[in-house]
Design a protein around this ligand. Structure first.
Ligand SMILES: *Cc1c(COP(=O)(O)O)cnc(C)c1O
Ligand SMILES: [Zn+2]
Length: 415
């Protein structure tokens, strides 16, 4: 296991002994004071080789145990990570790219990238001897936590705003989570969850405030490196809501460089919906030399998993993305819907709208010349279309009605 050396505040830089502060920096508060987990990279560089991970023979994110804050003796018995990477040769040629890879993280146990974070967070809860976990979310994070807690036999308390859509609650409830619909906004649900977690000693998995989440989320970068045999792509594209997934990916690439297993990072680009652009706007302000203020903005998009008005990991996301030489792009709901269908039709990967947004972002980046032709690009698909299949149907033809006869079929077959 990779023993952390410190937890450091991303805003003021103050360092704490590992686990001495569990959530956020007391001086900077929950929005700005998210913590980074640090390791002894020099020692790791000496010890780790390109083969270290394969030698563990773990077919899950626990193969990266050496770079994780929790050992696999605390792992919950659900497989997260080790998802497939598809080389899309024909599509790459059509787009003028030298290489295009789709990393399909819809194939996690509860069908989203969130399971990477939850695997580490629930492992940490066990390591710390916590009896229960909690989370404020209406979507994939809550479902993921509920699934891992079910497997661990651990109680799970979920706080959702009173307006949460019913279908989103189905998977959650099936896993046996205790769900509270808070008569108020998402922010109020978030605060109540934090308060209750302190009072009842639950381990709080809510976005960004728990530094274990990003530790899990970085494993997507490590896998990409391993699956491409150490040849990282030039560009990585992923969709962004709170900013934790992209922060995790950037941290993973950064650590690969620190431990001398990679000589450079890819430029990482975040994709947001035009109707929910808070992190993209913060990035623009940052490039103009203004402070990264976690401002509240409107959030209105069909891509519900990235419909975030008050992003919680904005400081990390903006700073880390800038360090990679990447940036942000926004896409319309129409582009997201079209991209979801194109991914399904051309690659065979059925993505939820928030996940298809990343592919829409790649097309925009190519159009704008921000990703040059001839580049090698990896696109992360962060959630499954099976979560909300209705949203994928728009504009697709209905089935052709025929009698049960071969002649009738032949009339309609265009062979
Ligand atoms: C949560 C989520 C994202 C964005 O992750 P953040 O950490 O909120 O930026 C993207 N896609 C899907 C499917 C998600 O569930
Ligand atoms: Zn601080």
């Amino acid at each position: 296991m990779g023993e952390p050396t410190a937890f450091r505040c991303v805003s003021c830089g103050e360092t704490f002994d590992p686990w001495a502060v569990e959530y956020t920096c007391p001086s900077c508060g929950p929005l700005k004071g998210t913590l980074e987990v640090l390791y002894d990279y020099r020692a790791l560089a000496r010890r780790l080789t390109p083969k270290t991970f394969a030698e563990t023979q773990q077919h899950s994110l626990w193969r990266y145990e050496e770079l994780l804050p929790v050992g696999r003796e605390h792992a919950v018995n659900l497989r997260a990570g080790y998802t497939p990477l598809y080389a899309c040769r024909t599509l790459a040629i059509e787009l003028g790219l030298r290489g295009l890879w789709i990393k399909d993280d819809s194939l996690n146990p509860t069908a989203s990238y969130k399971d990477r974070a939850t695997a580490i967070t629930t492992g940490a809860a066990r390591k710390l001897g916590r009896a229960a976990c909690s989370c404020a979310s209406t979507g994939n994070a809550a479902t993921s936590l509920a699934g891992f807690c079910a497997s661990a036999g651990m109680p799970c308390f979920i706080f959702v705003p009173g307006t949460a859509p019913r279908p989103k609650l189905a998977q959650l409830k099936a896993f046996g989570a205790v769900v509270f619909a808070v008569d108020g906004t998402y922010d109020q649900a978030f605060d109540l969850c934090a308060e209750a977690s302190t009072k009842f000693d639950w381990f709080n998995r809510s976005a960004a405030v728990n530094p274990m989440n990003v530790e899990g989320k970085k494993t997507g970068a490590l896998e990409l490196w391993e699956q491409l045999r150490g040849e990282l792509p030039d560009y990585v594209v992923v969709s962004v809501g709170d900013g934790s997934v992209i922060a995790g990916l950037c941290k993973g690439f950064q650590e690969l460089v620190e431990i001398e297993l990679a000589d450079r990072m890819p430029a990482v680009f975040g994709v947001q919906a035009e109707g929910a652009p808070a992190v993209a706007h913060a990035f623009t302000r940052h490039t103009q030399g203004q402070p990264i203020v976690p401002a509240e903005e409107p959030a209105q998009t069909l891509a519900d998993s990235i419909s975030v008005g008050h992003p919680r990991d904005v400081v990390k996301a903006v700073r880390y993305v800038a360090d990679t030489g990447g940036g942000f792009v926004t896409v319309s709901d129409a582009e997201i819907a079209e991209s979801g269908q194109e991914l399904a039709r051309r690659v065979g990967v059925f993505a939820e709208p928030a996940a298809a947004a990343s592919y829409a972002g790649l097309l925009r980046l190519l159009d704008a010349g921000d990703v040059p032709p001839d580049a090698r690009v990896a696109v992360f698909i962060t959630g499954s279309g099976l979560k909300d299949p209705e949203s994928m149907l728009h504009g697709l033809p209905a089935p052709t009605k025929i009698p049960p006869e071969l002649e009738a079929l032949e009339e309609h077959l265009d062979l």
